[in-house]
Each structure stands twice: as structure tokens, then as C-alpha cells.
Write a new protein. Structure first.
Length: 333
């Protein structure tokens, strides 16, 4: 994991991780605070499974995560933030999947969406507390075996869009992570979790168990909420995401079929992210002019332009959008 000036949150996370039923693991922390604000937390907990290093300068989130990968020694890696909880059974579940299906590269469950306050509730329009994201198309605890082609295609098609196939709820072979050079460092932190999950699963496929193994905590202080700071990256991320994935996916036999799916995936995801930011501006009674300046630039790419209209429907005419969605479901039934 990487951490930065959140010692109380880190302490809570480490205590949670140390409750794992499976005990043969290491926790590799890269502290992005040159003043080493996390060092005291590690010292107080005093568990020899925790390996702590402090970066001399703040190298940014992506590079800090990758420093923790460089310092790891295990056969498998779980990438985890300092605020997304891992449930006690997670590692034992993932190890069991590996023992049952050893020829795959990624072993995964899903994560709850944890809405921590009213602000997050209103920006994402979800209930406060833990929102289960088990896939309704599968039975609970059902195991799904996916080849690289099938996994990437399903991911880009949005099969996992109703669940949280988080990197903090999956275990990936270290060799694969080293092959893709760790967390994608393509110039933006946006969509890097998805790029990481897609690229990792493109090597030996994925074993997915429809069980909640952790969660994603949304508290309003998450990276993506700081829109003024990341607006330039918001504009450039779609093409950066595409350029990163293309060389990883061309090895797949169905790449020609996948190429358009990358843009569909970005369009769908950017509509939802943009709605969150739009709702944030409204809640804070701030002018949306800056947001829409960035929005129009981001969606000006020919492959994304059509998605602007879905955003406007959901932002301003949600009842109409819901009727259109229902009609599409009836037609496809």
C-alpha cells in the first residue's frame, strides 16, 4: 500500500488487515510523506509482518504504490489503499481459490461500497453504510473461471460494473504485476485501477468468487473529488487509458473486437464519474462553469462525444433516462 499523512486512517486499516484468518503475508507500506508521519503508527503496532519505508520526497500516488511493489517479496500481491477495508476471510478465500485453480493469474472477490457520510451519499446517490455489490447474475459464492479473452471482454462490456472488482479484493501473481510494470504510470491516476485490473487479467485469466471480501470507502476526501486539482488529467485520461491498454491487449486473439469496447467502457465510466463531480458542485453551491469547460474538452474525442447526451439525460432528465433504460431492457428480454 501507499499512504500519505493519514496516520489515524492507516492505523485503523493495519489493525483490520492484521485480523486476517490467513497469517502468512507481509504488509509493505510506502509512506509518501517525507516527514514519515506513518512511522509512529507502524512502531506502535509492532508486528514484524509490516515492512515500512519512507520516500525521501512525495513521488505521487502511482510511483509510491509501485515502490511498495518493488519492496515486496511474496508470490502474490494484493494492492490496497490505506482506507479500503479488507475483511478477515479475504486472504483465506483467495488462497483457497488458488489451490483449487492454480493455473490462473488473478484470484478475486468483490467489495462493498461503503458510503461514510451524507455528502458522499448525495454525490453518488447511494445509501449511507455498506452497499452490497454481489453480482445478481450469479449465486452467492459461485465461482467463475474466465480466460484472458473472456475476462477482458466481460470487463469492458460492464459485466463487473455493478460490483466492485477492486484490486484490494483480489490477489495477483507478482510476476504478472512486474510484467505490466505495476500500477499503470501513464500520466494520470484516473482509471488506473481499471487499467491495472484489465491488464493483469489479460495474461492467465481470472478466477472470480461472488463473495464480498472487502470494501471501497467513500468519504468525500477520496482522490477523485479534488476536481480543480486534477481537471487537466480528467481531460487527458481517456486517450492515455486507451494508449496504455492497446499494447497489452493486442496479444489477445479478439483484440479487433475489443478495441471499440475500450471507448465504450471509458464513456460509461466517465458519465458516472462526471455525474459525481457535477453533484458535488451543486451540493457546495458552486458554479459549474469550470466543470463544464473541462467536461466538454474531455468528451470532445470522437469516440466519446455521444456519451455527453447520456450525461445530460441522467443529470437533468433522470425520469426520462430511466424510462429509456427500462424500454431497452424490455426489448432485450
Amino acid at each position: 500500500m501507499s499512504t500519505y499523512k493519514r496516520p489515524d486512517i492507516l492505523h485503523r486499516q493495519l489493525i483490520q488487515i492484521l485480523k486476517q484468518e490467513y497469517s502468512n503475508y507481509e504488509i509493505v507500506i510506502s509512506d509518501n510523506d517525507p516527514e514519515a508521519s506513518a512511522a509512529g503508527v507502524v512502531l506502535r503496532i509492532n508486528d514484524n509482518r509490516i515492512k515500512y519505508s519512507c520516500n525521501e520526497v512525495n513521488v505521487g500516488m502511482v510511483k509510491s504504490f509501485n515502490k511498495s511493489i518493488e519492496r515486496s517479496t511474496g508470490e502474490f500481491i494484493v494492492m490496497i489503499t490505506d482506507d479500503d477495508p479488507a475483511y478477515p476471510h479475504m486472504l483465506s478465500d483467495l488462497i483457497s481459490l488458488y489451490n483449487a485453480y492454480p493455473d490462473y493469474g488473478v484470484y478475486a472477490g468483490c467489495g462493498d461500497l461503503i458510503i461514510e457520510n451524507e455528502f458522499s451519499q448525495k454525490t453518488l446517490q447511494r445509501q449511507i453504510g455498506s452497499n452490497s455489490t454481489l453480482l445478481k447474475s450469479l449465486d452467492e459464492n459461485q465461482v467463475l473461471l474466465l480466460t484472458p479473452n473472456d475476462y477482458v471482454s466481460s470487463y469492458l462490456d460492464g459485466f463487473f460494473s455493478n460490483t466492485y472488482l477492486l484490486w484490494s479484493c483480489c490477489m495477483i501473481k507478482r510476476d504478472i504485476i512486474l510484467n505490466i510494470k505495476g500500477m499503470p504510470d501513464y500520466g494520470s491516476e484516473l482509471l488506473t485501477d481499471h487499467a491495472f485490473m484489465i491488464a493483469s487479467g489479460s495474461f492467465q485469466g481470472v478466477v472470480y468468487k461472488n463473495r464480498v471480501m472487502g470494501g471501497q470507502a467513500i468519504h468525500g476526501g477520496n482522490y477523485g473529488y479534488d476536481f480543480e486539482k486534477i481537471s487537466d488529467k480528467y481531460i487527458s485520461t481517456p486517450i492515455l487509458f486507451y494508449n496504455y491498454l492497446k499494447p497489452h491487449l493486442t496479444k489477445l486473439s479478439n483484440y479487433e473486437y475489443l478495441e471499440n469496447k475500450i471507448w465504450t467502457f471509458v464513456g460509461r465510466g466517465y458519465v458516472e464519474y462526471s455525474l459525481m463531480i457535477f453533484n458535488m458542485y451543486k451540493l457546495k453551491n458552486k458554479s459549474t462553469r469550470f466543470f463544464f469547460d473541462s467536461f466538454n474538452k474531455a468528451f470532445s474525442h470522437p469516440s466519446l462525444n455521444k456519451w455527453k447526451y447520456k450525461f445530460y439525460l441522467k443529470a437533468y432528465f433522470r425520469p426520462i433516462f430511466n424510462v429509456i433504460l427500462l424500454f431497452k431492457k424490455i426489448r432485450s428480454a
